[in-house]
Ligand binder design. Sequence first.
Ligand SMILES: *[C@@H]1O[C@H](CO)[C@@H](O)[C@H](O)[C@H]1NC(C)=O
Length: 346
Amino acid sequence: MMMWLVGAVFKALRVASNLVFFFEAQRLLGCLIKPTSDERVQRVDQKVLEAAGVELRHENVKCAGYKIRTVFCGNPTDPPLVLIHGHSMSSSFWYRNFADLVNMGYYVIGLDLLGWGRSERPFYSGETVEDSVHFYMESFNEWRVNLRLEKFSVIAHSIGAYLAYEFAKRHPGTVTRLMLVTPAAIEQRLSLLTGIYFTLTPQTVARRLGLLGYLLFEMKFPKEEPYTANSLKDLTWQLNCRPTPSGDIAIRHLIEFESWNRPVVKRPFINSLEHLEMPVHVVSADMDTLVSIQSVENLYRALVKTGTECTYNVTIGSNHCPFLEVPDQFREIVGKYFDRKMRAGA
Ligand SMILES: *[C@@H]1O[C@H](CO)[C@@H](O)[C@H](O)[C@H]1NC(C)=O
């Protein structure tokens, strides 16, 4: 009996050590096949931004000791327009829009939110929804104070739109015009898969799993041209692998599991609306698999009820990122409300 037990224990140890060996070996292989480094992030980011076809200036803006990567484009005497990206993205994901927005008469400023993109990724220790919003919004506010942005327009995407709305609410008089593009976290209800995806923090998975992580990324990453052209896919991978996914972790606290199979948004966008002074433009995408067009419409109707001046447009043939997938349609919609030359003529 004793001998049998010892034998079983040794066998189990051998299996475990083989598994560990396999895991580490494939991780090493992953590092060799898809190496990641800050230098590579920079190179691939440069490639994406070169495709913008317009002159851009980079700067790391210091706020509260953290570096916030910022991209500037256009004439500094024009009114500022701030671009806020969504989950796991960065200011570079607007590369197909910079030139259009400059042509509409704006000084365009894109930032990488704290914890994401090429901005600093400090250790995140918050727990509550308020902590998460605070993490982004405090740094965002310091950033715009440092840049002396007192009045500016905002175009914000997905979870960035959720955060931008919070900012506009808390800092009345700063935002002159707000566009919410396929805003996320609208309603409490959340699909199980989305819940798991955002709870596991995709960046951690990509970073820790090595080759397996890369294969998963390959499987999950969209195959359509807008997402793969001009090194954007490479940039996504490099950004996913940057150490300390604090951006992901902070967002994780917006979601909780009521039961093992029922993830919910803790403070849904639609429950935190109030009357705003500036015009708000809501844009949805007819093929959005992450945020249903119905949810966005519900948000729009709820916004109208607050007495806020607002409009609603649907982009056709686009999934979650219309500014990237159907940039011409996006330009048309934005132009209708933002084009200063057209508006001056009207
Ligand atoms: C956006 O919506 C407005 C109001 O419904 C409409 O007049 C306009 O044509 C739409 N613009 C585009 C580009 O779809």
